[in-house]
Write a protein that binds this ligand. Structure first.
Ligand SMILES: [Zn+2]
Length: 195
């Protein structure tokens, strides 16, 4: 983890434990760089990006995760526009779905060890593989795709695009949410995620 000066030791440990659990859940996941950032948007806990060389960076918001008490404040103050979450790991789980999606796109565009970088990045931009997941999940619930359904069954943030829809659905902690459960099942089946 880079730029972790000033982060309380206990907070670092808790973040590390969450990462270790998620690395088992998302087997084979590769993150090139994890860094604490001072310049993230308000309310953004973490974010992931992939660059033109397919390098994956996970950024953590230094202003929200510096101490154990920051982490508890986050956990005890649900954000209305996102799906219900309880623990720090639930927020990070959302980001791991994005990372997994990047890796699926890379895998699908690799043949004989050669990656079609441009096509992989394009498919990531289009949320191509996330769309397959959400379509199958909606279908298995007999639901139509529309803004109201995604908003009501997952979250407002999930309406942004299909990548956010599956990340939000998968990291939702509600046990009896039919659509989110279908997303979890589909990710398990198609991407080998091990929740
Ligand atoms: Zn996201």
């Amino acid at each position: 983890m880079e730029n972790h000066k000033g982060i309380e030791r206990q907070a670092l440990q808790e973040i590390d434990i969450a990462f270790n659990t998620l690395k088992k859940e998302f087997k084979g996941v590769r993150i090139d760089k994890i860094l604490f950032s001072n310049s993230m948007k308000l309310n953004r806990i973490a974010s992931v990006t992939i660059d033109g060389n397919l390098k994956i960076t996970l950024k953590l918001n230094k202003n929200m995760l510096s101490t154990i008490s920051d982490i508890r404040i986050l956990e005890n103050n649900p954000i209305k526009s996102i799906s219900p979450k309880e623990k720090l790991i639930d927020y990070l789980r959302h980001e791991f779905v994005h990372i997994k999606e990047y890796q699926i796109a890379i895998e699908k565009n690799t043949s004989n060890g050669i990656i079609d970088v441009e096509k992989a990045l394009d498919e990531i931009k289009q949320s191509k593989y996330a769309t397959e997941i959400i379509d199958e999940a909606l279908n298995s619930c007999g639901l139509q795709r529309n803004y109201d359904i995604i908003n009501y069954k997952i979250s407002e943030y999930a309406c942004l695009n299909d990548s956010e829809a599956i990340a939000e659905g998968y990291s939702n902690i509600e046990e009896d949410n039919e659509l989110c459960n279908a997303i979890k099942r589909t990710l398990k089946k198609k991407w080998g995620v091990n929740l």
